[in-house]
Design a binder for this molecule. Structure first.
Ligand code: SAH
Length: 252
């Protein structure tokens, strides 16, 4: 059996209870060493074999899984954040299907949630934005034309950019071409929830400069939008005059 597990964004105690239990039972752990906090390996049992996938190919990862499976043992494939986002798990699952090897997936706390926590922010404020676009700047990995950053930016909603810290000049240009005003609030969140977490608040037009000044080149998320500003309407849900399924509103 193979367990794909979301490790969470960094802090070792942000893995799920299920994820931690499965890690503790694993005979083999293959973890994404470039992004997963090694402190998570402390959940492993004695004698557990550990592989860092950072220097491995898909074929090498699959070879370890097949070997472990043939020996009747359990593998945990530990991915950063939540495995469904930029986790490259589909290609592993499809290969396991071909081999008839069973697997399951345990979700994790994504770094975009970790970043909101670091910012002490809410992405979806009434009257500000009710949508979050999770995307990336096209780089060596292309992005489908219909999802070009300037098109996504045209909505003006909350945006979270993964994998784009090395391309911030282009990010700024595309965001402004798409319609964000240069002074739209933005923030770079470096290593959200890790001990070395840093938050840099800036604007859309100062993203590149802010990253440069602070030496941020990777392991960061770019968040953009007026959710980082001052103004918003309070929620209807908790408004005393608003009636809903669980509460009758008062008249004023
Ligand atoms: N599946 C992961 C994302 C993997 S892609 C998740 O759900 O979070 C790797 C990218 O995620 C990095 O380049 C960076 O942009 C972002 N990232 C991962 N962990 C992060 C963290 N703790 N703080 C900020 N960004 C992070």
């Amino acid at each position: 059996m193979i367990h794909f597990i979301g490790a969470g964004p960094g802090a070792a105690d942000l893995i799920t209870v299920r994820g931690a239990r499965l890690l503790g039972e694993a005979d083999v752990i293959i973890y994404a060493g470039s992004l997963v906090n090694p402190a998570l390996l402390e959940y492993r049992k004695e004698g557990c074999q550990v592989y860092d996938s950072a220097s491995m190919t898909l074929e090498e990862v699959l070879a370890v899984m097949r070997e472990t499976e043939a020996a009747g043992k359990t593998t945990v494939r530990l991915h950063t954040g939540d495995p469904s986002l930029y986790g490259a798990i589909r290609e592993q699952m499809d290969a396991l299907d071909v081999d008839g090897i069973s697997y399951d997936v345990t979700p994790g706390v994504s770094s975009f949630s970790g970043a909101a926590a670091a910012l002490q922010a809410e992405y979806t404020l009434p009257d500000v934005s009710q949508s979050v676009i999770i995307t990336r700047m096209a780089g060596r990995t292309p992005v489908p034309e219909g999802e070009a950053l300037r098109k996504m930016a045209s909505h003006g909603c909350t945006m979270v950019l993964f994998l784009s810290t090395g391309l911030l000049e282009e990010v700024e240009r595309e965001l402004m071409a798409g319609g964000y005003a240069p002074d739209t609030p933005a923030a770079i969140v470096y290593k959200a929830t890790w001990p070395e977490e840093r938050v840099f608040r800036c604007t859309v037009s100062t993203l590149a400069e802010t990253a440069r000044t602070n030496g941020v080149t990777k392991t960061a998320l770019i968040t953009v939008g007026r959710f980082l500003g001052e103004d918003y309407e309070r929620s209807k849900l908790y408004d005393p005059t608003f009636t809903h399924g669980c509460r009758k509103g008062i008249e004023v």
